[in-house]
Design a binder for this molecule. Structure first.
Ligand code: SF4
Ligand code: SF4
Ligand code: SF4
Length: 328
């Protein structure tokens, strides 16, 4: 075997890492550790035995074919406390609440916020309606949610996972390489993702609109703008001002739709207050039916034009990745 640990260290040092947490979970010797400040694993090379597992579970440069889409909807929550907190239509939060109440899952791996700064991401295992609602809303920062899978699978038989396309690719790799860390995931919800950012991006957004970091309560990316709500007012900054805070790993990533999930969700293709929902599996369809039966969501078939808008963004992302990969 070649020097795989160097491959991995290079990937991390060149920012070809989305801080998904899979390698931290997989390393049998704990040679990789969380490092939230730098949004990448810290590597203790003196412990490493060059087994290569970290390279094998890493989603960077790994591609999978999408299965056929089963259904596409526009959805919005009918739960008032979700509507007041959630991003877009609040679909993901409603689906998780229904899955918890149905007993399909016992807990959900979600990204919540740090207690001091509302939008600083903090992955948690949420096992109650209150915790799930507390984690509602997008946090645009690299988050190592998969590092919690060991705890999730040792505490519960069935969990939901809400993740980005790279998290879902890593989950797929884990399910064949280290199934004990993936088999408890009974519902995988994907989020559309064009790019993500380091934690500094949030600070910069605050500076650009003249707001303290801890006063920002919601950030939404809409087209070419980052819309920001603080406790007192709202503002927006051009998305391009955050370019320095995205990573090459996102430029090399061609996966927008999160089609390795059971259900994927995003704002693209739907009007404000609604979520676009793509269903990729029978499991996803059943979760939606249960949510609908409980009266937690309103659902409409997504129009062809709206679905085309989603696919168009997916094609743009793929073309960007091809250009980037040709250039390196
Ligand atoms: S090569 Fe093996 S021991 Fe070394 S960091 Fe990767 S997973 Fe850990
Ligand atoms: S993308 Fe994930 S698996 Fe790859 S190096 Fe980063 S944290 Fe590790
Ligand atoms: S663009 Fe790709 S690598 Fe970057 S955060 Fe999104 S899914 Fe992960």
């Amino acid at each position: 075997m070649g020097n795989l640990r160097n491959v991995h260290a290079l990937r991390i040092s060149r920012n070809l890492c989305s801080y998904c947490g899979a390698c931290i979970l997989a390393c049998p010797l704990k040679a990789l550790e969380l490092d939230d400040e730098h949004c990448k694993p810290s590597f203790h090379s003196h412990i490493c035995v060059n087994c290569g597992l970290c390279v094998e579970v890493c989603p960077t440069f790994k591609e999978f074919e999408c299965v056929e889409l089963r259904a596409a909807y526009a959805a919005r929550t009918l739960i008032p406390e979700v509507a007041s907190r959630a991003q877009d239509g609040g679909f993901t939060t409603s689906l998780l609440i229904a899955a918890l109440e149905e007993g399909t899952v016992e807990a959900a791996l979600v990204v919540s916020s740090s207690s001091e700064i509302p939008l600083l991401p903090h992955p948690i295992l949420a096992s109650s309606r209150r915790e799930v609602i507390g984690a509602a809303g997008s946090k645009y920062a690299y988050t190592p949610i998969l590092s919690l899978l060991e705890e999730a699978c040792s505490c519960y038989d069935a969990v939901a996972l809400v993740g980005l396309p790279c998290h879902l690719r890593a989950l797929r790799l884990l399910s064949s390489l280290l199934p004990k860390y993936a088999e408890c995931v009974k519902l995988a919800i994907g989020l559309f993702c064009y790019e993500n950012f380091t934690r500094d991006a949030l600070r910069v957004v605050g500076e650009l609109i003249g707001a303290d970091l801890d006063s920002i309560v919601r950030v939404s990316i809409r087209g070419r703008w980052v819309e920001v709500e603080t406790k007192a007012r709202s503002g927006r900054v051009p998305l391009e001002s955050l370019e320095p805070y995205t990573r090459p790993v996102c430029l090399a990533c061609s996966d927008y739709l999160a089609c390795l999930s059971d259900v994927s969700v995003g704002g693209t293709g739907s009007s404000q207050g609604w979520s676009t929902v793509l269903v990729w599996s029978e499991r996803g369809m059943k979760a939606i039916e249960a949510c609908l039966k409980r009266g937690y969501i309103e659902l409409r078939t997504l129009s062809k034009e709206s679905l085309n808008r989603v696919y168009r963004v997916g094609r743009l992302k793929r073309a960007r990745a091809e250009r980037y990969l040709r250039g390196i």
